[in-house]
Design a protein around this ligand. Structure first.
Ligand SMILES: Cc1ncc(COP(=O)(O)O)c(C=O)c1O
Length: 463
């Protein structure tokens, strides 16, 4: 797309550039609820339909190109279609996509996980992150004989019945649509970073099987967690006989090759994995202490005279996912891919904040590791871009979604300027993002701000 002209109406400009997407959206709306297959893909007036992608860029059906910060929902640390990963998948396609049998790739994949993730003594592969958190919880309950578990408000652990209330709504712990009350009652929703509150929960409840947490904070640190809080969690779970589960579906193989547990030096009992694990193909895993994963082991449970946890699953350790995962993890193990993505994100956050300062706009771009969040300050709080501290605004950040304040128009403005972030204006970076993408992103936000001002959505820049 050509650079946006000041005075262009953001919605009209988007529609003019995406007629083929509009046609597909009309067809999709006749067949799919909301026309989509993932709640995060919805967009007004309609989403873009993407045809192909390479490295940090994707192209839609109208031929528009975008700097991609969706990154396969975080799965693509190495960018789209990394040649080594592609070659591994092509090779496996020729050999077979599903053997219904054990295969060498499953062993090599597990070896890599155990080498990279500090807590991993044993691994069980699943087909998704949602399945991984479901299994981690089941292991924790079987191991401890306790029913309740602690989750943190705003933290996402997939969509299985145990993980739904308190993510974007139902912060009072009531069940979300379609979930039975009995399941929601076993969930103890806690405030992130609140040591006193959590101590009180552990005082009251002596039947807590586990605490599960996104260790960088909700949504990859959009609402950050203090490392000291993680240390506190390790202590209180150990003292009470509960298990600590790090949900590293996003952060493993990304914040560092060994994930957040390597960064902070805290070892959980169980770790849930997905996304980068399978190199952009579907896949997940639970990893952790041998004695806990033994609950899935026929011999160990026979020996112990206990019933094992059942775990079939048609696509567990699927050979194609294993091939992509091995190729990806080997690159992460032997190169500076994580550091490159982290470094780009830091430079981008700095540049975008410099732009906001220049524009005298009280927004902020913040985040850690390989992500960035554009905070459009819906309550007009007194903040400055460079000194914005998300800890001070945690409760509000939790409630900011894709329909809040300026977010929908900013997102559309960025798309119209060739940059794709998610509805909460969060971007995830790959190791293939470079200087060209950085400049394009800065220009896109600048043009979006000019358009919002021209359309009267934002006040004019003070003289
Ligand atoms: C932290 C976290 N846990 C679990 C999940 C669920 O993973 P999946 O989408 O593979 O089911 C996600 C997905 O975004 C996630 O971000």
């Amino acid at each position: 797309m050509s650079p946006i002209r000041p005075n262009a109406n953001i919605v009209e400009r988007f529609k003019a550039a995406t007629p083929a997407s509009a046609v597909l959206a009309r067809r999709a709306n006749e067949l799919l609820p909301s026309g989509i297959s993932h709640d995060g893909w919805g967009m007004d007036p309609y989403p873009i339909y993407v045809e192909r992608a390479r490295g940090p860029i994707k192209w839609d059906v109208d031929g528009n190109s975008y700097v991609d910060y969706f990154g396969g929902h975080g799965a693509l640390l190495l960018g789209h279609n990394h040649p080594t990963v592609l070659a591994a998948v092509h090779r496996q396609l020729d050999l077979g996509t599903h053997f219904g049998s054990c295969h060498e790739l499953g062993v090599r994949w597990a070896e890599l996980v155990c080498r990279l993730i500090p807590s991993a003594e044993r691994v069980r592969f699943t087909a998704s992150g949602t399945e991984a958190t479901l299994m981690a919880l089941r292991i924790a309950r079987a191991a401890t004989g306790r029913a309740k578990f602690v989750r943190f408000k705003g933290h996402f652990h997939g969509w299985n019945d145990h993980m739904t209330s308190g993510h974007t709504n139902h912060f009072d712990g009531t069940p979300t649509a379609g979930v039975v009350a009995g399941i929601a009652e076993e969930v103890l929703l806690a405030e992130p970073n609140d040591t006193e509150g959590l101590s009180a929960i552990f005082e009251t409840h002596k039947d807590i099987a586990a605490v599960i947490i996104e260790p960088s904070g909700a949504s990859f640190g959009r609402i950050p967690i203090a490392p000291s809080f993680l240390r506190f969690l390790r202590e209180i779970t150990e003292a009470s006989g509960a298990l600590l589960i790090f949900d590293e579906v996003v952060t493993a193989f990304r914040t560092s090759p060994g994930g957040m547990q390597e960064v902070v030096g805290i070892t959980p009992d169980l770790t849930t994995l997905a996304k980068i694990l399978a190199g952009g193909l579907p896949g997940g895993a639970v990893a952790g202490r041998k004695d806990l994963l033994d609950l899935l082991d026929f011999n160990a449970m026979n020996h112990a005279g206990r019933e094992k946890i059942q775990h079939p699953g048609t696509y567990n350790a699927n050979p194609l996912s294993a091939a992509a995962g091995i190729a990806t993890l080997e690159i992460i193990e032997t190169t500076d891919a994580c550091a490159k993505a982290n470094d780009y994100s830091q430079r981008l956050r700095n540049r975008l904040n410099a732009l906001l300062t220049d524009e005298q706009l009280p927004w902020a771009v913040y985040g850690s590791y390989s992500c960035f969040n554009i905070f459009t300050n819906p309550d007009n709080a007194d903040i400055s871009p460079e000194s914005f501290n998300p800890y001070h605004h945690s409760a509000r950040l939790m409630q900011i979604g894709r329909n809040t304040g300026h977010n929908p128009k900013v997102r559309l403005g960025l798309i119209s300027n060739g940059v794709d972030v998610n509805g909460s204006l969060m971007g995830v970076v790959s190791s293939t993002h470079g200087d060209d993408e950085l400049e394009r992103t800065v220009d896109a936000l600048a043009n979006t701000i000019y358009s919002l001002r021209a359309d009267g959505d934002l006040p004019a820049r003070p003289k």
